[in-house]
Design a protein around this ligand. Sequence first.
Ligand code: ADP
Length: 265
Amino acid sequence: FDVYAAPIIGSNDKLRGIVLVFHDITDLKKLEQARKDFVANVSHELKTPVTSLKGFTETLLAGAMESPEHREKFLTIIAKESDRLEVLISDLLELSKIEGSHFQLDWQRVNLYTLAEEVKLMLQDKADKKKIALTVKAAGNPEVDGDPGRIKQIMINLVNNALSYTPEAGEVTIRLKEQAETVVLEVEDTGIGISKKELPRLFERFYRVDRARSRNSGGTGLGLAIVKHLAEAHKAKLDVTSEVNKGTTFKLAFYKERQEDKKEK
Ligand code: ADP
């Protein structure tokens, strides 16, 4: 609590009372802590690839260049780490843009089936490499009001994760179902799953169930935080159900008609 006190002075200059104002700053404190945690996380996430870039460059300069085998190996690592850094920075910029107060969606009539087919085409190569069957299934009219670029981004993040966290020869399905007021998008996989205790933290920035696995799959830990923000901007309900070693389903219900913004209290 912040406490303010002010005296009330009467006409005879005598103290007549004191006004006390108690201001609950729990939320402010939490926000401040979240901001500090975020800065610490970002610094750590940026430092890791830079340290490795520096290390391998120095090793090359110190003589490893002479061996064609080492040269090839280290340069490949340097290229991969630079890629990671680039993805991390663009995800961070993206997140800060979406969280910014000036962020606005480009509302249009969107056909979710068309978007799903585009996303499938984009990620088909990754699916093929792991022999994963990637399919799109649709029932009813898949049209909603929304921002096509942003909904596509949601789909890419979810399908990309589904492919990353599903072992070889699994299945990933993008499903669209028309309901009374919404069109539900489901991204279902037959992957490693997520335990009940991890589910509540899944959408936090930089939260990963398994850090090493996420790094190996090229993950930044920001994908689901971006999905959550974009879902909120669309007022779309976001759910996840999962069973360890069976698979995971992310579900998003997009309103067919754009919902009015609720007035602030
Ligand atoms: P990342 O870049 O690490 O994939 P995300 O924010 O996209 O970050 O996801 C956060 C974490 O949630 C991942 O590191 C992973 O542990 C878990 N996760 C996300 N999607 C799935 C999925 N389809 N199956 C299993 N685990 C998942």
